[in-house]
Design a protein around this ligand. Structure first.
Ligand code: FCB
Length: 449
């Protein structure tokens, strides 16, 4: 199977800052929208917070040593904006930057390539207080932050991701209200999405200028959509959801502007003022389409859509009746074939030079047995089926050059708190103890093979 993947294929694991670090206010860090959101009653299952999480902020060296045992080529992590610039736009906090400086050095000393993501959803609360992503000024703040971080780390970190999943950041945060900052407003969500994309495009040339030999990309979550039946109404709903979930983000990044069918629908439904999206100013689309070195795609499942589906209620996944592959514990249908098809489609429609699957993985709650071993065969099956799907796409000529498992270790799963476990490493959240699962040993063997 691996033989079908290119030489130099990069195997990795992924995490994000708020989900693993803990110590959110240490060493001068500022408050983020997630620090605020988790303190709002009823937002997160079990009232969980990221205050301790995996305590990675204090156990970083130990975690990197475990990654070295796993044998990964790449570690994809995110940087907490609030550690580096506590109020989002003003003074740089060198103590916060030091953490990532040490992380990069520790990774390199262990032969692991660092892949920082600048934004994995933890906007400084001070910027949200000024309106957050719906405000155009947030773009300038992000570009300044990207400049600071890439000039500090760019002599050693070469592989950069601007944003993780702008659909989630805008639509779950500003439309569905399931994520921070918890708004439910189309007229906030659409400009938020636009400014996320614009901040991506504007920071690409800055990162390139700061980082000799840089490879810069963006990660978009892909959610293939499947019509519930061949009824024309279901087909139309599916086409709309594909626009809402996928094309609204992929099209601008690859120079096509916003998809006209979706612009028309949003206009007809009054989701922006006027005939055209007013936030899309002259020249923005050219900036958003800044050439990238690779496209990151995150993939978990596909979405079955029926006529009458409403975006606010159905932004998650409609599980559909008994999918043949079963579900993960997120309730997500297991649909590996849709990953090969989607990779092929991205290649055919958009032609990025290189594609990396920057997240893929499964929630299963298997815990240590009496002998201490975590027998997570279901995760092993999920991962191997999806890696097969990546190899299938590669065999069809898709230039996919890397695959990162979500996640290195169990962590804080956003509004679901600690109820979902995606890790190759089991974390006992009461003690912080780490136990590599069977899937960890399986992945280590696969990488060595
Ligand atoms: C992705 C997120 C990641 C994690 C996985 C399960 O959408 O990027 O942080 O929550 O889903």
């Amino acid at each position: 199977m691996i033989g079908r993947l290119a030489d130099g294929f990069s195997w990795g694991v992924a995490t994000s800052a708020y989900q693993i670090e803990g110590s959110p206010f240490s060493d001068g860090a500022g408050e983020s929208i997630w620090d605020r959101f988790v303190r709002t009653k009823g937002t997160v299952a079990g009232g969980d917070t990221g205050d301790i999480a995996c305590d990675h902020y204090r156990r970083m060296e130990e975690d990197v040593a475990l990654m070295a045992r796993l044998g990964v080529d790449t570690y994809s992590f995110s940087i907490a904006w609030t550690r580096v610039i506590p109020d989002g736009h003003g003074v740089v906090n060198s103590a916060g930057l030091d953490f990532y400086d040490r992380l990069v050095d520790t990774l390199l000393a262990n032969g692991i390539e660092p892949c920082p993501t600048l934004y994995h959803w933890d906007l400084p609360q001070a910027l949200q207080d000024r309106g957050g992503w719906p405000e155009r000024a947030t773009v300038d703040a992000f570009v300044h932050y990207a400049d600071v971080v890439s000039s500090a780390l760019g002599d050693r970190a070469k592989h950069w991701i601007t944003h993780n999943e702008p659909w989630v950041a805008s639509m779950l945060g500003y439309l569905e209200g399931a994520h921070a900052p918890g708004l439910r407003d189309w007229r906030a969500a659409l400009p938020a999405a636009h400014h996320l994309l614009l901040s991506h495009g504007r920071s690409v040339p800055i990162i390139r200028a700061n980082v000799p030999g840089a490879s810069v990309g963006i990660t978009i979550d892909c959610r293939p959509t499947v019509p519930a039946s061949s009824d024309p109404a279901d087909l139309a709903a599916q086409r709309h959801f594909d626009g809402f979930r996928n094309r609204w983000f992929f099209d601008p990044v690859f120079g096509r502007g916003y998809p006209e069918d979706i612009v028309a629908t949003y206009r007809d439904r009054g989701r922006f003022e006027g005939a055209r999206p007013p936030f899309d100013q002259q020249g923005d689309m050219a900036e958003i389409a800044a050439p990238i070195d690779f496209l990151g795609v995150n993939y978990y499942t596909s979405l079955t859509v029926a006529a009458g589906a409403d975006e606010i209620e159905d932004t998650g996944v409609a599980p559909g009746p008994n999918p043949p592959g079963g579900h993960t514990e997120m309730g997500w249908p297991i649909t590996p074939a849709a990953l090969s098809q989607f990779l092929k489609r991205v290649h055919d429609d958009y032609g990025p030079d290189r594609i990396i699957v920057t997240e893929n993985g499964a929630s299963f709650s298997d815990a240590p047995g009496p002998d201490g071993r975590v027998r997570d065969e279901r995760r092993i099956r999920y991962l191997s089926e999806h890696i097969e799907a990546v190899a299938d796409a590669a065999a069809q000529g898709v230039p996919v050059v890397g695959y990162y498992v979500w996640s290195f270790m169990d962590n804080f799963e956003w509004s679901l708190g600690y109820s979902q476990r995606f890790g190759l490493v089991f974390v006992d959240f009461a003690t912080g103890e780490r136990t590599p699962k069977d899937s960890f040993h399986w992945y280590a063997r696969l990488i060595r093979g």
